[in-house]
Design a binder for this molecule. Structure first.
Ligand SMILES: [Mg+2]
Length: 145
């Protein structure tokens, strides 16, 4: 699968720290035969990739649409439709299918959300669905608790 990670409050805190487990999760997904991409509504975040040395893990860096998600992919130069997204914005998760993560703000906290992301992505890859509350199938509108 082509798995797209959002940047702000998904993998990156407001203090610019990387969410715990981000690199390990990306590596595990790649080991499982998937490709990892990052995208952001703030633009092409090369500085984040550089600062946190994510380059070897990332297959692409893109500008994420913030509305008309599918229609705007081509305009923004996103070369494929994501198969699975990881985002703190429920609307993006609903648009493409994937996992919603509670917003990450600051490092130094005990945050294991990335382990959950990995489990959900693996379930989805193998079964086409997941029973986890933070999983959403494409197009399924339901509030996250
Ligand atoms: Mg975000």
């Amino acid at each position: 699968m082509n798995i797209f990670f959002d940047v702000d409050q998904t993998i990156l805190g407001m203090d610019n720290s990387l969410r715990p487990g981000t690199k390990e999760t990306m590596s595990s997904l790649i080991d499982g035969g998937h490709r990892v991409h990052i995208w952001s509504g703030m633009g092409v975040r090369k500085e984040v990739v550089k600062r946190h040395k994510l380059g070897p893990l990332i297959s692409g860096i893109y500008h994420k649409p913030l509305h008309d998600y599918h229609q705007r992919l081509e305009e923004l130069g996103v070369p494929m439709t994501p198969d699975f997204v990881v985002d703190d914005d429920p609307e993006v998760v609903t648009a493409f299918g994937g996992v919603w993560v509670p917003p990450f703000y600051f490092g130094g906290t005990h945050d294991r959300e990335m382990d959950r992301v990995y489990r959900i992505a693996m379930q989805f890859a193998h079964k086409g669905t997941s029973d986890d509350d933070h999983f959403r199938a494409k197009g399924v509108l339901k509030p996250f608790s």
